[in-house]
Design a binder for this molecule. Structure first.
Ligand code: NAD
Ligand code: GLY
Length: 368
């Protein structure tokens, strides 16, 4: 066991697991699997896409073979538009060809798209085989790979088909970020800022204290590790309290309600998810200020941090009636009421579902 790796326990009562963070993890995947009891000869389907597998596929397969596992590598096309039933069928076909059994394992090697699809394919193949997440985007490292939400998109909306299926292990190798496109890196930083606002003042202040947070190459290695660790811990803490999102887990949707409006109305593809969340955090921050829940000073701090991360901060100027319609279509609408996670301080949020259209109108007017 590599003593330098950071280990975070996701201590769920039925499916506990570890998040392991370290700069040499890709070489030692086989050891990590052996450590949690996966035996030699285990059949493993590694799912990735070409953009990721060209860099890391060989290393992963080599480490698995060294530990006498039997891996098969499946390479899918990259992109959110691949997160559909067809890809699940391709993964299931590969699972069949590789003769996966109940105790077998799928490994997701990639960003949130690969992670969500592989997790869902694992949840549904043979009524559930194991899955290990190896996230290679900043967003997947701090968010998508942790917590067991898996799924695919439906023609009528994002992530409408899915299942909770906790991984056996999450292995984070920050060195994989070296090849990640810069825009994707920034998008991941939005979710990190989110953790600062919803639950971790110290993380927020750490980000504020850095001269640069928008480019990987300008961030000190130790600071990056700390930022990933604190974010992963925040996510783990919330998931432990509420595995299936019947309560507090909803605070992870901070910035996402307005963010989804931006994604919906501007067209998927215009903004990356993290970029839309950044715009959404600024919008809901304004709503909280209007309601007297948050100070204008803290809203300004959030905006400045978002801009420092090289993220967009300007509301795109959408028509009110379209915004209201889009909000009503949100997955989180209950009894016709849209809920908003609103900040009450940096490091604390609350859920509100009594927001009037008039308040939203005022908020959008102030943003424009
Ligand atoms: P992504 O998976 O599409 O990856 C972004 C791009 O980067 C892709 O083109 C990918 O091939 C490429 N890439 C990934 N790692 C790379 C690397 N190390 N080097 C070079 N290229 C690399 O995007 P994402 O932001 O990671 O994930 C977004 C998805 O995650 C969405 O579908 C979203 O719904 C989902 N998500 C899920 C959860 C959850 O809890 N399950 C949480 C947040 C987001
Ligand atoms: N990304 C939100 C959640 O995992 O609940």
């Amino acid at each position: 066991m590599n003593k330098d790796n950071l280990r975070i326990r996701v201590s769920l009562s039925t499916n506990p697991y570890e998040i392991v963070i370290g700069n040499t993890i890709l070489k030692n995947i086989g050891d990590e699997l052996a450590r949690i009891g996966f035996r030699e000869g285990l059949k493993i389907l590694v799912v990735s896409n070409k953009e990721v597998s060209d860099h890391y596929g060989e290393k992963v397969i080599k480490s698995l073979i060294q530990n006498k596992y039997k891996p098969t590598l499946l390479i899918l096309k990259a992109g959110e538009e691949q997160k559909n039933q067809t890809s699940i069928e391709i993964i299931h076909n590969a699972a069949y060809e590789a003769r996966l059994e109940r105790g077998s394992l799928m490994i997701a090697l990639g960003g949130g798209v690969v992670g969500d699809m592989t997790g869902f394919a694992a949840a549904t193949w043979l009524r559930g085989v194991h899955v290990v997440q190896i996230p290679t985007t900043l967003l997947a490292m701090v968010d998508a790979s942790i917590g067991g939400k898996t799924g695919i998109n439906h023609a009528k909306g994002k992530n409408l088909i899915g299942a909770f299926h906790q991984p056996k292990l999450v292995l984070i190798d920050p060195k994989t970020l070296v090849t990640l496109p810069s825009r994707e890196f920034k998008a991941g930083m939005a979710e990190i800022i989110k953790y600062g606002v919803i639950s971790d003042l110290e993380l927020f202040e750490l980000l504020e204290s850095q001269d640069f947070i928008s480019e990987l190459s300008k961030i000190d290695e130790k600071i990056l590790l700390k930022i990933i660790e604190r974010s992963a811990k925040s996510k783990a803490k919330i998931v432990i309290k509420d595995e299936k999102e019947s309560g507090i887990r909803a605070i992870l949707n901070y910035g996402h309600t307005f963010g989804h409006v931006v994604e919906n109305l501007c067209g998927y593809g215009k903004w990356l998810h993290g970029e839309a969340v950044a715009i959404g955090m600024i919008a809901v921050g304004q709503l909280a200020v209007q309601r007297g829940l948050w100070t204008a000073f803290d809203a300004k701090r959030q905006k400045e941090l978002i801009e420092k991360a090289g993220l967009p901060s300007k509301w795109p100027g959408l028509e009110l009636k379209n915004v209201i319609n889009s909000l009503q279509g949100d997955k989180k609408v209950k009894d016709g009421k849209v809920s908003f996670v609103m900040p009450t301080k940096i490091g604390g949020v609350k859920l509100y579902n009594n927001i009037s259209n008039k308040e939203i109108q005022e908020c959008l007017e102030r943003l424009n």
